[in-house]
Ligand binder design. Structure first.
Ligand SMILES: *[C@@H]1O[C@H](CO)[C@@H](O)[C@H](O)[C@H]1NC(C)=O
Ligand SMILES: *[C@@H]1O[C@H](CO)[C@@H](O)[C@H](O)[C@H]1NC(C)=O
Ligand SMILES: *[C@@H]1O[C@H](CO)[C@@H](O)[C@H](O)[C@H]1NC(C)=O
Ligand SMILES: *[C@@H]1O[C@H](CO)[C@@H](O)[C@H](O)[C@H]1NC(C)=O
Ligand SMILES: *[C@@H]1O[C@H](CO)[C@@H](O)[C@H](O)[C@H]1NC(C)=O
Ligand SMILES: *[C@@H]1O[C@H](CO)[C@@H](O)[C@H](O)[C@H]1NC(C)=O
Ligand SMILES: *[C@@H]1O[C@H](CO)[C@@H](O)[C@H](O)[C@H]1NC(C)=O
Ligand SMILES: *[C@@H]1O[C@H](CO)[C@@H](O)[C@H](O)[C@H]1NC(C)=O
Ligand SMILES: *[C@@H]1O[C@H](CO)[C@@H](O)[C@H](O)[C@H]1NC(C)=O
Ligand SMILES: *[C@@H]1O[C@H](CO)[C@@H](O)[C@H](O)[C@H]1NC(C)=O
Ligand SMILES: *[C@@H]1O[C@H](CO)[C@@H](O)[C@H](O)[C@H]1NC(C)=O
Length: 417
């Protein structure tokens, strides 16, 4: 049974949240925004992205490769201008930046388009950042079309043309080297690189993340519209709509209430922008006394990795404050009895992560409606590796006998009263 956090439990949630992910919310001191394959800079999402060949650029490529460009950039409205150029590399290419020691978020932007003899459908490459393997035999068009067919199979009509991969890593020696290397006989490409300084960790860390790499694999604004990077002014994240990941999209209703929601401590917008907390999906079938359904989301994940799930809650029905109680299941097993619960997954070969919120049948019908505002899934590196190659081949069993683990973090808003 899980009680939705009210004021009393806030302290506990705050500790977990602050200690594991974000510190006291100091603004990032430095960010590098690179527009690859050009010497010119563009302004998109309210920020200036400097060409990787521009003289004032701080992330220099080791070789030029091919500067590619296109005039038609379909599908993406926010980053369209940024995605009109790319650097294609038929051989290895390093991007090197001098950075202060610290923890950084690195986002790699890919918008595949074919240029001259380079058909991006045939691209394949690996990415390593300061020794941490981020991706192996990456075929961007393959990943994008895989995601689109996943959406189609779940009845969603959304489709992407681009892909952003996001990582968190530590820079120890003042230098960040991102190495791109094509698979033998192939080539790679990159449209833009984004490096933001973030605060990670703290004295009360539940997880010791030092020396780990993290990939943000899913980030959803539950029950609301997509939140684009220019609406998340601390970390410039994109929050997808959740319905494409729902097992049954009509299970649960959407609610919006922006009045008087606030962060429990100042400046938690680094955890999530307020817009995430202003919408939610909740169980609503009030006519049905026995609420025999769960709200279920289904995600594809790579087996043999550990995952961190961050759930964002905010009570949007004022009269229900401190009254909700419901169950949370991860892969059909009860996940959370406590806010800092740790769950050990059984299977070593899961490639699907189910997250379900359902009624707590031990309490009366009222107050068992589940509610959820935001959801994030982070993949943790194993032995300096975040890459997984046989992603689309479900028939192959993965080697090794490691178990996957999942941990849940809770984040909540509070009311200004
Ligand atoms: C940028 O590149 C174009 C074409 O390669 C060149 O004509 C132009 O002079 C360059 N501009 C700068 C500022 O280097
Ligand atoms: C890229 O950087 C790595 C690590 O610093 C180095 O081993 C490699 O030779 C570099 N490659 C190129 C093409 O500069
Ligand atoms: C980076 O994060 C780790 C925890 O993961 C923390 O111990 C370390 O102090 C952070 N480094 C900096 C420079 O903030
Ligand atoms: C790339 O693959 C997609 C999907 O298979 C196909 O529609 C497209 O025509 C291909 N592009 C090229 C340039 O071959
Ligand atoms: C996708 O579906 C939604 C409703 O399910 C509809 O409003 C929207 O117009 C559709 N978009 C496209 C591109 O078909
Ligand atoms: C975290 O892990 C690093 C490296 O594994 C280790 O040096 C450090 O002492 C650990 N910190 C804590 C608080 O356990
Ligand atoms: C919102 O908060 C203000 C004070 O911060 C209070 O005066 C007002 O009554 C609140 N509104 C609602 C609808 O609770
Ligand atoms: C929170 O951030 C805002 C601007 O982002 C700043 O004006 C304010 O001083 C910060 N408050 C605290 C407590 O750090
Ligand atoms: C939205 O929040 C306000 C308090 O700020 C509350 O008065 C109102 O009832 C809420 N709306 C719903 C639908 O619960
Ligand atoms: C919700 O899902 C869990 C795990 O899959 C299942 O055990 C439970 O019976 C479901 N609850 C309802 C009301 O369907
Ligand atoms: C979990 O439950 C869903 C639907 O309730 C079912 O489709 C799925 O196979 C179950 N997963 C496992 C691992 O049992």
């Amino acid at each position: 049974m899980v009680k939705v956090p009210g004021m009393e439990v806030w302290g506990l949630i705050l500790v977990v949240m602050v200690s594991v992910f974000v510190g006291n919310g100091e603004a990032q001191t430095k960010s590098l925004l690179i527009n690859c394959g050009t010497n010119s800079s563009v302004n998109v999402d309210g920020r200036r992205w400097v060409g990787d060949l521009a003289p004032d650029n701080n992330l220099t490529p080791s070789s030029l490769g091919v500067a590619a460009s296109t005039d038609t950039c379909s599908g993406d409205t926010t980053f369209a201008q940024l995605y009109e150029t790319a650097r294609i590399f038929p051989g290895s290419l390093n991007y090197t930046a001098s950075l202060n020691q610290g923890n950084y978020s690195v986002r790699l932007h890919f918008y595949p388009f074919s240029f001259e003899k380079y058909n991006t459908n045939e691209s394949s490459f690996s990415v390593v950042a300061n020794g941490l393997k981020l991706a192996s035999q990456l075929n961007v068009p393959g990943e994008i079309s895989h995601k689109n067919s996943y959406f189609q199979s779940s009845g969603s009509n959304s489709s992407s043309f681009s892909m952003i991969k996001e990582y968190f890593l530590t820079v120890d020696l003042g230098l960040l080297v991102i190495e791109f290397a094509p698979t033998k006989g192939s080539f790679g490409f990159i449209n833009a690189i984004e490096i933001l300084s973030v605060k990670v960790g703290g004295t009360n860390s539940v997880l010791n993340l030092s020396g780990w790499g993290i990939e943000a694999t899913y980030r959803l604004n539950v029950g609301g519209p997509e939140i684009t990077s220019d609406q998340d002014l601390d970390l410039w994240r994109t929050w997808e709509v959740d319905s494409s990941y729902m097992f049954t999209a009509n299970a649960g209703s959407e609610v919006h209430n922006s009045s008087n929601i606030t962060y429990a401590s100042m400046n938690d917008s680094v955890v999530a922008p307020l817009a995430v907390y202003e919408t939610a999906r909740f169980m609503s079938n009030t006519e049905v006394l026995e609420k025999r359904f769960n709200m279920s989301w289904k995600f594809e994940v790579d087996p043999d990795f550990e995952y961190l799930i961050r759930l964002h809650f905010c009570e949007l029905f004022y009269d229900r404050a401190n009254q909700r109680s419901f169950r949370i299941y991860i892969n059909n097993r009860t996940a959370a009895e406590n806010f800092d619960d740790f769950l050990d997954m059984v299977s070593s070969k899961i490639n699907t992560l189910w997250i379900q919120l359902g009624p707590d049948t031990t309490v009366g019908a009222s107050g068992t409606d589940a509610i959820l505002n935001g959801l994030e899934i982070f993949k943790l590196s194993r032995n300096g590796n975040l890459a997984y190659v046989e992603k689309f081949d479900s028939t192959k069993s993965s080697a090794g006998s490691q178990t996957s683990k999942t941990q849940i973090l809770w984040v909540s808003c509070t009311w200004a009263v």
